[in-house]
Design a protein around this ligand. Structure first.
Ligand code: GLC
Length: 734
């Protein structure tokens, strides 16, 4: 059943490197001076068209001296290949460069933000999205992307929740594997493959108070069972690099965390790729106050296993002296250099340093019809129908007058979300444009912005109410700006920003059928919308094809089936709130005053993990287990039948959860252990089979070793994490 083994629970033998590769790397390493070795570990900011002549000359001179191994954020065939020629032809050893770039959810054809992609619960589509990103990035001279971001996030105040796959470890593993495969392709040496980067290692999403870069203090068990597995899955999928995270864990900053980098990542899992620092992460060890000066920071980072120094310029500038003064063994430097040279070897750069220098591809491979189609498909599949009372949606395309209202209706930049690569607002089909393109000439589309995204200005509400009064149906386009989530963009409130809720409620009073569409990078506590507005569709930031994908869903050309990859709280006071929580000694009960709940708000979420509706309906029955008892190392087949009981075809995301009913360590009330997005015609039934293995049943015991304990387990199956069929089985002692 598991697309990927539940990572982090089994140690892998160290992967043996290819002997020809080893011979090549060792012979090159033997010829390198100390400055050239540390140069390979140096990653300055890229040279761009807007780089001044002095900086450009300095950067180019460093390349000639062999003091640069890679560049950050450099793109475009002309710039990258001119620099590659200098590295290969004018430096002493001619070692080719890596060009790293943040291709997070598309390069120029921007896809939905990763949180939205995860909501599709469709790893095939997600892999395709990454593949398109790789094709366009390599067409522009890039051979390394700093993606996928695989940080589990359970605090929606944290801005970077938008960049990952949400709160669930298993979903995070599946999406990590899909994206690594998409970016790296079947052959890393292929010209359209990029080195992928699983980031940010590790537990970056555990920042206290949801404040980016903040302290993380979690147990080893939580680290190993919640945050590490997606990285393990990425390593097992062959990810070529990993990026260290800015945070500390329990007093040890990750950029100096040898036990987790050299111990777990390399020692337990056998990761033999490159570990790159985050932006000035090496220098920031001084801010963490565990290094008194740059040399100490560089020494601690290199000893911890941080191979590449992104932008701090410490490895290049301060470490030659430190090594000569005996403060750092050259062997430590050599190990890091080996890993960088290996990465370049695996990309085929030594044989073909100009693999990405065909300038014609910049045009022929960018924003193609196929790429736009893939983006539209991904956007449609990412949308989650949260509510649809009275089936306001789908709308008829023959509707006479349609009012489109809200600050996100005609905001192309917002549709790209954060980390939009080289995406351009002019490439975007806005919701308003998509709706206008979808209806016929006999439909009148009225538009009013109503309010800003995030100001107190209510002067536009009257106009919005006026056009709602003239319409037969109303579409509200509400949400956040693209820079209200993403790096450093944290919020203490999860409410709709500004006075958008006031706009929505004023429009709702028009008495017309109203549907609200949300564009946001995090869960929003939209209690009033949930109470007052009959239909609500979560669209995240859908990318360049936003308008067409949205119109496909709003007018029923596509039946939505997305599911929430993260819990939506009722308010920020509930955070952290997630479905895979523990039962506690006093689980919340309405009737029990002394149980774990609040006086002012229900303890339940506004919308649960895995929630999502459809324009049709589904019934689950016949949950069957292949056996009532299995040995601890056995496997169990779980069958469930799902039927489309409605009048139209649609996708359904069948979800399988598991609970260890009684164990020596407290266990979550349920954990996702499998899912499948299936398409069913009206009336059609399908029986799905999932296979549970020991990996799915195991957890870290009191001694912090993975174990499967005999005893009772419960399987849950359904279309979300709440309404499930249940069946029990027993694990017997081996
Ligand atoms: C940023 C981010 C990281 C990104 C890097 C390079 O600070 O933390 O995700 O890849 O710098 O842009």
């Amino acid at each position: 059943m598991a697309l990927v083994p539940f990572g982090g629970l089994t140690a892998e033998a160290t992967k043996p490197s290819d002997s020809a590769e080893t011979a090549f790397v060792e012979s090159l390493l033997a010829r390198m001076t100390l400055e050239e070795k540390l140069g390979q570990l140096n990653q300055p900011p890229g040279i761009g068209n807007d780089t001044g002549p002095k900086a450009k000359a300095a950067g180019t001179e460093q390349v000639r001296k062999g003091q640069v191994g890679s560049f950050l954020g450099m793109q475009g065939v002309k710039l990258t290949c001119d620099m590659q020629r200098i590295a290969v032809k004018e430096s002493r050893l001619g070692i080719p460069l890596l060009f790293g770039f943040d291709v997070i959810h598309g390069y120029r054809t921007v896809f939905p933000v990763p949180l939205g992609e995860a909501a599709s619960f469709n790893p095939v589509a997600v892999e395709k999205a990454a593949r398109v990103g790789a094709v366009e990035a390599t067409a522009h001279g890039i051979n390394w992307t700093y993606a996928p971001m695989v940080d589990v996030a359970r605090d929606p105040r944290w801005g970077r929740v938008v960049e990952g796959s949400g709160e669930d470890t298993y979903l995070g593993e599946v999406m990590a594997v899909a994206r690594v495969h998409g970016f790296q392709g079947k052959d890393l040496r292929a010209a359209d493959s990029v080195l992928a980067t699983a980031k940010h290692f590790v537990a970056y999403g555990g920042a206290e108070a949801g404040r980016d870069y903040n302290t993380v203090d979690i147990s080893e068990r939580t680290l190993r069972e919640v945050y590490l597995p997606p990285f393990h899955a990425a390593v097992d999928a062959g990810v070529g690099s990993i990026m260290a995270s800015f945070n500390e864990i329990a007093g040890v900053p990750m950029h100096a965390n040898g036990p987790l980098i050299n111990g777990v990542l390399r020692g337990e899992w056998g990761f033999d790729g490159v570990l790159v620092s985050d932006y000035t992460g090496v220098m920031e060890l001084m801010n963490h106050r565990i290094a008194a000066d740059p040399t100490e920071a560089g020494r601690r980072a290199l000893e911890a296993g941080v191979d590449i120094d992104m932008v701090s310029d410490i490895y290049r500038k301060d470490m030659p002296k430190a090594v000569r003064a005996g403060k750092l063994p050259v062997a430590t430097v050599d190990d890091a250099v080996r890993r960088v040279l290996r990465a370049k070897y695996r990309l085929g750069l030594f044989d073909n340093p100009y693999r990405n220098c065909d300038e014609s591809l910049e045009k022929s491979q960018t924003l193609t019809a196929d790429h736009r189609d893939a983006a539209r498909t991904m956007a449609r599949e990412s949308m989650v129908l949260l509510k649809n009372k009275g089936n306001v949606l789908p709308l008829s395309k023959q509707v006479r007058t349609l009012a489109v209202i809200g600050p996100l209706a005609d905001n192309p930049r917002a549709m790209l979300g954060s980390w939009a690569g080289m995406g351009r607002p002019e490439d975007v089909v806005t919701p308003l444009a998509g709706i206008r393109a979808a209806v016929g000439p006999e439909t009148k589309v009225l538009y009013a912005r109503g309010t800003d995204i995030n100001t107190a200005d209510t002067t536009g509400i009257a106009e919005a109410v006026r056009i709602a009064g003239q319409a037969d149906a109303v579409l509200l386009m509400l949400g956040e700006a693209e820079d209200m989530s993403g790096e450093a963009n944290n919020r203490t409130s999860l409410d709709l920003p500004g006075v958008q809720e006031q706009l929505a409620l004023a429009v709702q009073k028009s008495g017309k059928p109203v549907a609200a569409v949300l564009f946001n990078g995090r869960p929003l506590s939209i209690n009033s919308l949930q109470e007052q507005v009959p239909s609500i569709l979560e669209a995240w930031f859908p990318g360049v094809e936003a308008g067409h994908a949205l119109a496909d869903v709003l007018f029923g050309d596509y039946n939505p089936a997305g599911r929430l990859p993260i819990t939506f709280p009722r308010n920020v006071g509930q955070v952290p709130i997630y479905y895979a929580h523990k039962n506690t000694g006093r689980p919340p009960r309405e009737e029990e005053r002394y149980s774990s709940k609040y006086l002012d708000v229900s303890w339940k979420p506004l919308y649960a993990f895995g929630h999502g509706l459809s324009y049709t309906s589904f019934r689950y029955d016949a949950l069957r287990l292949s056996r009532k008892k299995i040995p601890a190392d056995g496997t169990l087949q779980v069958e469930v039948t799902v039927t489309n009981t409605g009048a139209r075809a649609g996708d359904e995301v069948v979800q399988l959860y598991l609970r260890d009913d009684v164990a020596s360590i407290t266990r979550p009330v349920k954990q996702l252990r499998g899912f499948r997005r299936v398409h069913l015609q009206a009336g059609q039934s399908q029986t799905l089979t999932f296979t549970l293995t020991a990996n799915d049943l195991s957890f870290y015991g009191a001694d912090m070793k993975p174990i499967v304990e005999p005893g009772s387990f419960t399987v849950f199956a359904g279309g979300n994490s709440v309404d499930n069929l249940e069946a029990k089985f027993e694990v017997t002692a081996r």
